[in-house]
Design a binder for this molecule. Structure first.
Ligand SMILES: Nc1ncnc2c1ncn2[C@@H]1O[C@H](COP(=O)(O)OP(=O)(O)OP(=O)(O)O)[C@@H](O)[C@H]1O
Ligand SMILES: [Mg+2]
Length: 466
């Protein structure tokens, strides 16, 4: 008999564990059913057994009910026990009264203790929820990890940054998350505060600090990830502008001083060439003249970069410019076996600017594309746009640009071409920004490169207002 009752208690325990969440989230329904069932089965046992000592077993349901459902239900359960004894035996012994009073006292004490416990558990739960809600409000990605570097908490920004859902992040080792980071996790400086790193195609500022727990093993690591891609681009742009203006000042100051002696030296060499009879000397003289012309070309480009010619601004049709200069752009490339194609959208809208500068910009980009291509490659020029923008794509299937070079191609004097000055794209960039346009370059090594230039469509009403 006693064995079957303890069997019942075991089933009761397993049942409670199984419905734990539901049980504690539901205030009355589940708890009342539970109290009734437990009281009922214990009463049956007490009466069937009919042993005074077995009545003490009734302590178990009273404690369990008070613990799980509070003192009120515990007291009710103790009272039902008393009423049942009176009803069953038609009398009550002094021992039974003592047992009932003890049960009632026990129900009250256990209920109170469980209430305090429940109160703290609830408070902890609320604080956890508050923390969760709080970190969701940040625009930065936040992770909180335990001392073993397992993720305890993260916000939805983290899901977007790492392109994973919370299920794939929470409870997992932090190192798995950082596999996508340009600086591998094992190379992180211990106790670093801030570092910049790439995740995918974006740049992030990663800040990390330790929340000290009472014990070393209770420390938490908070990592805040801030998207600074745009800031980074602005910084690079500013740096480029500063370099450009430094080059500009240098060029403006030096160009005049360099050009005059160059002209004199050129004149002397030509004069001497006329008197040289040795063909070796004539060849060397020719080489010297070519080098002088190259220096002169560099000085001219530097001046262009520093002070672009004040060209006349007029309404420009990008298709017209491409058509006018097409033969010039394609002539030398075609003789190398490069294919050219032209896809011009007739509906593109005009924009304001200098046709001379736009032609120069296109020529620089077309020349670069030609140099990057070999026999059988294709260079295509495509125009398109909408009511606000006029765009032109210059795409080649040439060798492409490596990511390290990509960062530098707009810097003045950066070149991979032994015969180049490295000023072509810097001048293009200057011309495009003078026309309020933007330039984007995408490239893949061995596949090709695309330059996309976007101009603002001319809107008469705006220019009238200006
Ligand atoms: N379409 C392209 N494909 C591959 N690399 C390119 C392309 N366009 C530019 N580059 C790279 O960018 C570098 C810089 O180009 P930029 O036009 O500024 O100078 P350059 O062509 O080397 O010299 P210059 O224009 O004075 O003759 C090039 O040397 C080349 O490495
Ligand atoms: Mg060039």
């Amino acid at each position: 008999m006693l064995g079957s009752f303890f069997g019942f208690l075991l089933v009761n325990y397993l049942f409670l564990r199984a419905i734990e969440e539901k049980f504690y989230s539901d205030k009355y329904f589940f708890r009342s059913i539970y109290a009734v069932l437990l009281t009922f089965f214990t009463l049956i046992f007490c009466f069937v057994s009919n042993e005074q000592i077995h009545k003490l077993i009734y302590v178990i349901p009273v404690v369990l009910i008070s613990l799980t459902s509070g003192s009120a239900l515990g007291l009710i359960s103790a009272s039902i026990f008393g009423i049942s004894i009176v009803w069953y035996y038609k009398s009550i012994k002094i021992d039974d009264i003592t047992i009932i009073l003890c049960l009632a006292l026990l129900a009250w004490i256990v209920g109170q203790i469980s209430q305090i416990n429940f109160h703290y558990a609830l408070q902890l739960e609320n604080e956890k929820k508050f923390l969760k809600d709080l970190i969701e409000t940040f625009s930065e990605g936040i992770t909180i990890c335990n001392s073993l570097s397992y993720v305890l908490l993260c916000n939805k920004q983290i899901e977007q940054i790492f392109k994973l859902n919370k299920g794939e992040i929470m409870g997992k080792a932090e190192v798995l998350l950082w596999e996508q980071c340009s600086i591998p996790y094992h190379k992180w400086m211990p106790n670093f505060m801030n570092m910049e790193a790439q995740i995918g195609d974006k740049t992030f500022l990663i800040s990390r600090f330790t929340l000290k727990g009472p014990e070393e093993e209770e420390n938490c690591f908070v990592t805040v990830i801030n998207d600074i891609t745009e800031l980074h681009q602005q910084k690079n742009k500013m740096q480029r502008l500063v370099t450009l203006s430094a080059v500009g000042e240098l060029a403006a100051g030096a160009a005049h001083e360099i050009r005059n002696p160059l002209t004199t030296v050129r004149g002397f060499i030509q004069l001497m060439q006329a008197r040289w009879t040795d063909p070796k000397l004539t060849d060397l003289g020719q080489l010297a003249l070519e080098e002088l012309d190259r220096v002169n070309g560099i000085v001219t480009s530097m001046l262009q970069l520093a002070r672009p010619e004040q060209a006349e601004s007029k309404m420009l049709n990008i298709n017209g410019i491409v058509n006018e200069t097409w033969d010039l752009y394609t002539y030398s490339g075609m003789s190398k076996g490069i294919y050219y194609e032209k896809l011009l959208d007739e509906t593109v809208r005009p924009f304001r600017g200098s046709d001379k500068q736009i032609k120069q910009m296109l020529l620089n980009i077309m020349q670069n594309a030609e140099r990057a291509c070999s026999k059988g490659d294709t260079i295509s020029v495509r125009t398109y746009g909408d009511h606000k923008h006029t765009c032109i794509d210059i795409r080649d299937t040439g060798r492409g640009i490596s990511p390290e070079h990509m960062e530098k191609i707009l810097h003045p004097f950066f070149t991979t071409d032994p015969a180049g000055t490295g000023l072509g794209l810097a001048i293009c960039n200057r011309i495009i920004s003078d026309h309020n346009g933007t330039m984007k370059v995408t490239s893949e090594l061995g596949v090709g490169t695309t330059f996309t230039i976007v101009f603002q469509v001319h809107r008469p009403s705006l220019s009238l207002m200006a």
